[in-house]
Design a protein around this ligand. Structure first.
Ligand code: 5AD
Ligand code: SF4
Length: 469
């Protein structure tokens, strides 16, 4: 047997921030079993691929990674001393949920396959995997108990900027999307558990918390008093936590942007002026075919109200081009909506037919070349908007949360209120704090600043010049 705290755990994460959060929690659950994170699969005692099923490309990569893991597992078995345990290879996340049996068939050297709702059972699953070595254990149930009631209270530290999962699953059933099938029905955690986790994160250095959910603004968790809390109520309660200076939430649906949440953008200074609100398309015909449950004007009105509440709000969105039946005219409506609204950043994707979703069965699928052309045109427009938005920051002094060391010595990186990456020369002891930074240059994806406005009692001047030299 390996000794406690001596086992190496490698986790590779694809996809959304929810997966990043889940991977962190898996590491927390495995820590008491003696697993510590390592940064390579080679020689690891356990490898978890935490996967994404949202588009075809992400799914394909899992199988090619599994192919590369097989010889590593065999090499470890070959080199092992008699008392050593073999490498456990696990596939987690949404590909595991959707294609559990297929993975077991195509990659029988996998030990464990488990979906996003069952990872709290990891200790039992690992023990069983050791017992039944040679046969993949597939666990893709949607258990009746909530995993959140079974996760360890002590989450590992996440640094100055932390994620906190508050809601999972989706009942919207957009016709292109696998999420309602892989993540299941909407579920909201209770507010007391979320507030306790937020307090723990803040006590260990988090200055910013991003609330996560597939449909986070549909949050309707039980409050400490037994009533149902919406997201706005939760945000107001989080804003009471001392030391928690920034709150964000993602991802939202336009239909769930209620009055109270819009008002929170006006009233809660900690709620950052940046919102990711996917619209997917600007064409009413395509929005209907996507079952988005709103049209372009409804989206525009929501944005108008948000901007009235918080005039400096910057917006981000997701777009799909080449949805089945999308005409040039439909696509022109998308470009029109983008031009009218103006986005600070956005993600755009070619439509990818996902097995089991209604849109995959539609007849009028578009050729790849048409999707390529539209993606390029849309990205050009969004790219220009993002560049202009960043350029508009030059000369301003903005608060930056310094959350990471920079690439070069003496540098730190941080985030603006509008999610821009900011690079600057600054002493390491400012890591984890929010500082005023003068923006002196803007690139497509980041800003450069100087910390010359940092309060002199916080930075000894010799430190700044030394670091900058
Ligand atoms: N094809 C392309 N993009 C998709 N998305 C979700 N499903 C698909 C699909 N089948 C995109 C949507 C969503 C984001 C997370 O991924 O834009 O908002
Ligand atoms: Fe998928 Fe639509 Fe739900 Fe978003 S709202 S997770 S796109 S089904």
């Amino acid at each position: 047997m390996s000794t406690a705290a001596s086992k190496k755990l490698f986790i590779k994460t694809w996809g959304c921030q929810m997966n990043v959060y889940d991977s962190g929690r898996m590491a927390d659950i495995l820590a008491p079993l003696g697993y510590a994170l390592t940064d390579s699969a080679e020689g690891a005692d356990m490898v978890i691929l935490n996967t994404c099923h949202i588009r075809e490309k992400a799914t394909e990569k899992v199988f090619s990674d599994l192919g590369r893991l097989r010889p590593l597992k065999e090499a470890k078995a070959g080199a092992a001393k008699a008392e050593d345990e073999p490498m456990i290879v696990a596939v987690a996340g949404c590909v595991a949920q959707a294609e559990g049996e297929e993975i077991a068939r195509r990659a029988p050297w996998v030990d464990l396959v488990f979906g996003p709702q069952t990872y709290h059972q990891l200790p039992e699953m690992v023990a069983r995997a050791h017992r039944q070595a040679g046969r993949p254990l597939v666990n893709t149930d949607f258990p009746v108990e909530s995993k959140f009631d079974h996760l360890p209270g002590e989450a590992g530290t996440q640094g100055a900027s932390a994620f906190l999962s508050v809601q999972e699953g989706c009942d919207k059933f957009c016709t292109f999307c696998v999420v309602p099938y892989t993540r299941g029905a909407e579920y909201s955690r209770d507010a007391a558990g979320i507030l306790a986790e937020a307090r723990r994160l803040t006590a260990t250095g988090a200055r910013e918390i991003t609330l996560l959910g597939q449909n986070v603004n549909a949050f309707h968790g039980e409050g400490p008093d037994g009533s149902v809390w919406g997201l706005a109520r939760l945000i107001r309660a989080l804003a009471e936590i001392d030391g928690l200076e920034r709150i964000r939430y993602t991802t939202s649906h336009p239909r769930d942007m209620d009055d109270d949440l819009i008002a929170a953008h006006r009233d809660v200074p900690q709620l950052m002026p940046f919102l990711h609100l996917p619209v997917q398309s600007g064409s009413d015909r395509i929005l209907a075919a996507m079952n988005r449950k709103h049209d372009g004007d409804t989206y525009r009105r929501v944005i108008d109200r948000l901007r009235a509440a918080r005039p400096d709000l910057a917006l981000s969105s997701d777009f799909i081009v080449g949805f089945p039946g999308e005409t040039d005219r439909d696509f022109a409506d998308t470009l029109k909506l983008v031009t009218e609204i103006g986005f600070a950043q956005a993600y755009s994707f070619k439509y990818s037919a996902r097995p089991g979703t209604p849109a995959a069965a539609l007849d009028d699928q578009l050729p790849e070349a048409a999707k390529d052309d539209r993606l390029q045109a849309l990205q050009q427009l969004l790219w220009a908007q993002q560049g202009a938005f960043n350029q508009g920051m030059v000369g301003r002094v903005i608060p930056v949360l310094l959350d990471r060391p920079g690439r070069r010595p003496g540098q730190l990186q941080g985030r603006s209120p509008w999610m821009q990456s900011v690079h600057l020369q600054a002493p390491a002891h400012l890591l984890g704090t929010i500082q005023p930074v003068r923006i002196i240059d803007a690139k497509q994806l980041s800003l450069t600043g100087t910390a010359d406005l940092v309060a002199p009692d916080l930075v000894a001047p010799h430190l700044v010049s030394e670091e900058a030299a």
